[in-house]
Design a protein around this ligand. Sequence first.
Ligand code: SAH
Ligand code: SF4
Ligand code: F3S
Length: 486
Amino acid sequence: MENLIGDLDVLNPQDTETCETIHVSKDGNTGNKRKLYIESYGCQMNFADSEIVASILQKEGFDTTSDIATADVVFLNTCSIREKAEQTVRHRLVHINGLKKHKPELLVGVLGCMAERLKAKFLEEEKIVDLVAGPDAYRDLPTLISQVDDGQKAVNTFLSREETYADISPVRLNSNGVTAFVSIMRGCDNMCTFCVVPLTRGRERSRDPKSIVAEATDLFAKGYREVTLLGQNVDSYKWSPEENNKAWLEKNGSSNVVNFANLLEMVAQIHPDLRVRFSTSHPKDITDEVLYTMAKYENICKNIHLPMQSGSTRILELMNRGYSREWYLEKAKSIRHILGDDCGISSDMITGFCSETEEDHQDTLTLMDIVQYDFAYMFYYSERPGTLAAKKFEDDVPLDVKKRRLEEVVTKQREHSLLRNQLDVGKVHRVLIEGFSKRSEDDLQGRNSSNKVIVFPRGTHRKGEYVNVFVEECTGGTLIGRVVNS
Ligand code: SAH
Ligand code: SF4
Ligand code: F3S
């Protein structure tokens, strides 16, 4: 596993799309005059939102740029999930302050979860910030920008119960032209006690399935071959044609409700060559119907991100996760039973949550031994202001203990990732090519159905093609092979 980021705050063995990764806008060339530079932090949902922001502003005369020095407007799309994520943004603002000294007319805006959490306080705390917009306020950005043009500071952190940006066709900023993210819902109604997301993203709402299918169909027509359906808890996706309103649905019910399994099927039917992935599943909500739908369609990738957080039922209760260790293990068993051993299972883990004992920590390690995750994002607990845990519990595990436990979890995951990858050696995998390998343009890379990165000599193949690759060897993070009979 190569990518050990920071002081073990996160371990991400394969994918670079994780919390605290930064994405920078690409150069657009629609001939627009003003230049917009967006830097995105946090999760895939933030990256997808930046594409919505770029789309809204393109209509207002902005082109995106990858060079901050040429920008008229700089937006940081921020994350609040852990303290470190917020600190990164604060440091970045110090740097941008330097740029603004040479270019006083530069408009600096803070978007996303940190904007939502701190609201107008941001303007007091960070004098260089001109504009603050929360995740549901992006349609208002043109107005907010004109307020700043008129010499005022601008803030909109209103959280909506309806906004899904369903009609907005995102400008693909982070794209390799082959894989794309499609948001299917926003917000989160779970109240995991450690988590700031319900405070920063508001109430859960699902996007009209017609607009999701239309977006995925359009992506396929443009040459994309994989979509990842995004939501904080995709298994609670629920949309009714009568009225997309949870309270109404609970009261009246509806025979026409589209659930996540139905949506998956609708997207899978667009074309057999369009792969479908999704993230994130919640162990308490993923249904067998979803698993059987995955089994039914070859093009729904066999990989489930099923964050466990802790292996101790006592800690899971304090976290308000809504499942026990035993429940989680049953889910993992159902996945293996319905989708087979090749199905990838990944997880998120937090060490050192309030009152976590060595015994609780051992429960996490033993659960990992049973499930044997393909990979995991791992963190030590970071108390977030305003969360239930911050209000109710003491953050009483010393930092050095949190970090030591994290290291133990990371070491275990390393072993498991290698073991799981070794099982793939000697087999043929269908790979969607995403581009050159990170190390050399003589090699290409793509992923198999279970989300493993596979590197192989390029030959005459190109990105966007499917090839069959015989895997000959592996590391903990990558499978290495050669193309056979494709
Ligand atoms: N909706 C997803 C998680 C989104 S946040 C789910 O429910 O699984 C991504 C991950 O960040 C979480 O799974 C959790 O492991 C981690 N995380 C969230 N809040 C955290 C905190 N306060 N400290 C440390 N890690 C945290
Ligand atoms: Fe946070 Fe829990 Fe919602 Fe995930 S399900 S976003 S961890 S509150
Ligand atoms: Fe961060 Fe907000 Fe995503 S807090 S992880 S950017 S939903």
